[in-house]
Design a protein around this ligand. Structure first.
Ligand SMILES: Cc1ncc(COP(=O)(O)O)c(C=O)c1O
Length: 377
């Protein structure tokens, strides 16, 4: 892979499992959504312990379909964090609804604060979007309990949290609908791809319908049955996943637990080294049990210039990222939302994401920590 970084943020390595699986898909002679996609859905539903899993084109499509299945539309409000990837919020606006940003809990737990969510409820609140930041287990039950009390569903954006669990329950299954992304930097990948999961039969049927143009039958079903007739009963999309990607997903799913375990070991090493660095706050420090450790966020000391620290690390060949610039501060959102979110803003201004992927070595972790310490000196 062409890569000039000494330690890249994430890295992909595929083996016989992925190559054989994709070869079999190509040899099958059927490439668009079909039997392998059905197998991928069944395997994913089984892995998560959920009734329905619907494979889709990407995580953003998963979110859009989730909001559509709930029926949110113009005039509705969706309470959501600003500390997330913009897709969580864009998909609310695709439906014509308004995002209402709630605060994160504190600088080491950048997840929805149930008290602020309660304050932001209005008669127009139609849904709460909860994000499993970084794939670290958190008390999402508090959000779900509150949502149930007021009678609105929870869409769980579990893009970071594939394989994460809390008290034996997998993330993505706490909300009424869970959404996953299999983008290439995620803990398991299909290059581009996603999955929507739910225990609700009605939501599942609607998501399946809207995934493929609102058509009453799919191409594979018509091919299999010889029936050429269909009707279109709603305004749907082409959000289907194909057989090649599903084949890759099936292979990646068998490696997920092993890769997540490796991520936890590397996170533990990072924390052990960095905990002694005064002034550095470590989100979710020590909260490893059940974590998918999708990313390794650190908060640099207050008053330090984030961009300067990043530039120094990049000069040393260490790739970093930013999870996230708060959505309400992005150009396309600034005019829509003027209220301050001080904890979110502080988190965004201090956060640097360090490299973390299952193919890193302990020596890579040491190198990254060294470079961070030097960059902060
Ligand atoms: C939290 C979060 N939500 C949604 C998405 C969107 O997923 P995709 O890129 O597959 O559309 C991502 C992907 O980066 C994400 O990190």
């Amino acid at each position: 892979m062409p890569n000039e970084w000494r330690v890249p943020l994430s890295d992909l390595r595929f083996g016989a499992r992925e190559f054989d699986s994709i070869r079999a898909a190509l040899e099958s002679g059927w490439l668009s959504q079909g039997p392998l996609t059905e197998r991928f859905e069944t395997a994913f539903a089984h892995y998560l312990g959920v009734r329905y899993a619907i494979a889709v084109a990407n995580g953003t499509a998963a979110l859009h379909l989730a909001y559509r299945a709930i029926g949110i539309g113009p005039g509705d409000e969706v309470i959501c964090p600003s500390m997330t990837f913009v897709a969580t919020i864009n998909a609310i606006r695709y439906c014509g609804a308004e995002p209402v940003f709630a605060e994160i809990q504190d600088p080491t737990h950048p997840v929805l604060d149930p008290y602020d969510v309660a304050r932001k409820l209005t008669p127009r609140t139609r849904c709460i979007a909860a994000v499993d930041y970084g794939g670290y287990p958190w008390q999402i039950e508090a959000i779900c309990d509150l949502a149930r009390e007021v009678g609105v569903p929870v869409v769980e954006d579990a893009a970071h949290a594939v394989g994460a669990y809390r008290k034996g329950r997998k993330f993505g299954t706490f909300g009424d609908i869970g959404c996953f992304s299999f983008f290439s930097n995620k803990n398991m990948t299909t290059a581009e791809g996603g999955m929507v999961v739910t225990d609700d039969e009605g939501y599942a049927a609607r998501i399946r319908l809207l995934r493929s143009h609102g058509m009453t039958t799919g191409t594979w079903e018509r091919h299999r049955s010889g029936q050429g007739e269909y009707d279109v009963v709603d305004l749907g999309y082409n959000y289907r996943l194909d057989e090649i990607r599903s084949a890759l997903g099936l292979a990646q799913l068998t490696l997920l637990d092993e890769y997540n375990e490796r991520r936890r070991k590397l996170a533990a090493r990072y924390w052990e080294i960095l905990a002694s660095w005064t002034g550095l706050d470590l989100p979710f420090h020590g909260e490893l049990e059940g974590s998918a450790c999708h990313i390794l966020p650190v908060l640099i000391p207050r008053g330090k210039d984030r961009r300067d620290v990043v530039a120094r690390m990049h000069a040393k060949g260490i790739q970093t990222s930013h999870h996230y610039p708060p959505v309400h501060k992005l150009e396309a959102y600034r005019r829509l939302w003027q209220q301050p979110l001080p904890t979110t803003e502080e988190f965004g201004s201090r956060e640097i994401t360090l490299p973390l992927h299952p193919h890193m070595t302990s020596a890579d972790v040491d190198l990254v920590c060294e470079s961070l310490v030097e960059a902060l000196a």
